[in-house]
Design a protein around this ligand. Structure first.
Ligand SMILES: Cc1ncc(COP(=O)(O)O)c(C=O)c1O
Ligand SMILES: N[C@@H](CCOP(=O)(O)O)C(=O)O
Length: 465
């Protein structure tokens, strides 16, 4: 299995090389050259298997020779052992043909744990083999950061620096990042929004001197291994609802497009996915692009679903790569236009390709609160604001095609966003007992400017040599 860049000119790599490399050296994102195929019989055989077994069968063909069966099975087993639900990703029914896929039973209460826990294990295997030390830098709008810290805290050969937008994450999210006491963990509050954080991260990858000096590694969904581990729950959910004998649609609360792109790959592998519905909050650049064919920045507005306050949606580049027939030069040109002019127009053929797979919708702030309140009243389920955006968009999509079961991804636990949930329902969701003292723990955080040179200097000084 070989991995190629969406921009077409970076070296072709194996799975573990792509995982340890992060951003391709031409600025693109690594993708598998070919997508492994599952037959209907192979999909049917997943029914009744444990989450770990499905994860092994789905991930194995993407890994090539990078990890042995024993290594991959061991990594998966250790990754999910700490999850708070035996099914790992259970489903609850909200309405006839509408299901919620709960992805918040991991250690940091968001879907990020599903992939981050696995790649934490895979990184450790790879690092033990070659004896290297690495510096992970991550950008977060709230959830990736704590998931990365949880997966890598305390490791001798890894330093973790997390950039989050100052004042734009929930207090629970911030404390999850600022209270770990391990010396290898560094929470950095950047003056700017998430796009600034991710922009600086990509700038660091594109500064080859810095990148090679510090052994830079990335655990955002820039890293294909993150996306890979997120494919698994599309299979478990679809099979539980009757795949491969029945088509299933998914609605995905979307920001950086990693989660929904994992659903696209599940479809490419042979899973009968009818529609992948992109759900955006008031930062609706992806919804506008799907409806109007132009990707145009307007400026990020803070919302009550802060993890989706994103305009430069990194993995949309991967979706465009497929839509443009894997033409790296075309993607390079589009990404150049985006950084220079803040917008680009999608060609007619590429739009047609996107519309074969994706549908979209958005929910504004009042709508999000309304969905949280209504979902509680009608179903008894208390949901987080990101999930509420998904539920609102899914209900509209389901009304257009009621005969196809719809799965909405519930991407975070409501207790991560207690203010928004309380404002909508009057109920303040409690943190699980293991996190009950989160507000008593001392915080450690450094305010940083939105400045590449200053960030690189800080990382050079703080990382352990
Ligand atoms: C709770 C939550 N929901 C949804 C999203 C959006 O997911 P993605 O960035 O993969 O589109 C995020 C951030 O990634 C998130 O943290
Ligand atoms: N919403 C994310 C943003 C980063 O996404 P990633 O999937 O690329 O890591 C977050 O919570 O940090």
């Amino acid at each position: 299995m070989r991995y190629i860049s969406t921009r077409g000119t970076a070296p072709v790599l194996t799975f573990s090389e792509a995982m340890m490399t992060g951003l391709a050296r031409d600025g693109g994102l690594y993708v598998p050259e070919t997508v492994p195929q599952f037959t209907p019989d192979e999909i049917a055989a997943l029914a009744g298997q444990s989450y770990e077994e499905v994860a092994y069968r789905v991930m194995r063909p993407f890994c090539g020779e990078s990890f042995s069966e024993e290594e991959l099975r061991g990594a998966i087993a250790r990754a999910y052992a700490g999850f708070g639900h035996a099914a790992r990703a259970p489903m609850v029914q909200l309405a006839p043909n509408h299901f919620l896929l709960e992805l918040f039973h991991g250690p940091t209460l968001a879907f990020k744990d599903f992939a981050m826990q696995v790649i934490g294990q895979l990184f450790q295997i790879a690092l033990a083999r070659d004896g290297k030390k690495i510096t992970i830098v991550g950008a977060t709008s709230g959830d990736t950061g704590s998931a990365a810290i949880e997966a890598f805290r305390g490791l001798d050969n890894v330093d973790v620096f997390i950039l989050f937008p100052h004042g734009r994450v929930s207090e629970v999210q911030r404390r999850q990042m600022t209270t770990p006491s391990e010396v290898n963990v560094h929470a950095l509050a950047l003056e700017g929004d998430f796009d600034d954080c991710q922009g600086k991260l990509k700038d660091m990858f594109n500064d080859f001197t810095f990148r090679d000096e510090v052994g830079l590694a990335g655990v955002n969904s820039i890293n294909f291994a993150r996306v890979l581990a997120q494919i698994v729950y599309y299979f478990t959910a679809a099979v539980a609802l009757g795949a491969p004998h029945r088509k299933i649609s998914f609605t995905v609360p979307t920001g950086n497009f990693g989660d929904i792109f994992a659903g696209f790959l599940a479809k490419e592998m042979g899973l009968p996915v009818e529609r992948l519905v992109i759900a955006t909050n008031q930062n609706d650049i992806l919804d506008r692009c799907i409806k109007q064919g132009a990707y145009a920045k307007r400026g990020v507005k803070p919302s009550i679903s802060p993890s989706m306050d994103i305009e430069v949606s990194s993995n949309f580049e991967r979706a465009l790569f497929w839509a443009y027939g894997k033409d790296g030069a075309a993607i390079t040109a589009l990404m150049g236009e985006l950084s220079e002019a803040g917008s680009f127009t999608v060609s007619e053929n590429a739009m047609a390709a996107l519309l074969q797979n994706y549908d979209s919708g958005s929910v504004d702030e009042a709508g999000t609160s309304g969905v949280i309140a209504r979902t509680l009243a009608e179903t008894g389920e208390l949901i987080c604001p990101h999930t509420a955006v998904g539920v609102g968009v899914a209900e509209a999509a389901l009304a257009r095609q009621p005969e196809v079961p719809m799965v909405t991804l519930s991407t975070a636990h409501p207790a991560k966003f207690p203010d928004a949930v309380e404002a909508a329902t009057g109920i303040r969701p409690p943190l699980p007992p293991r996190m009950a003292d989160l507000f008593d723990r001392p915080e450690r955080v450094t305010r940083v400017p939105n400045d590449l040179a200053a960030l690189e200097t800080l990382i050079r000084e703080r990382r352990r040599k």
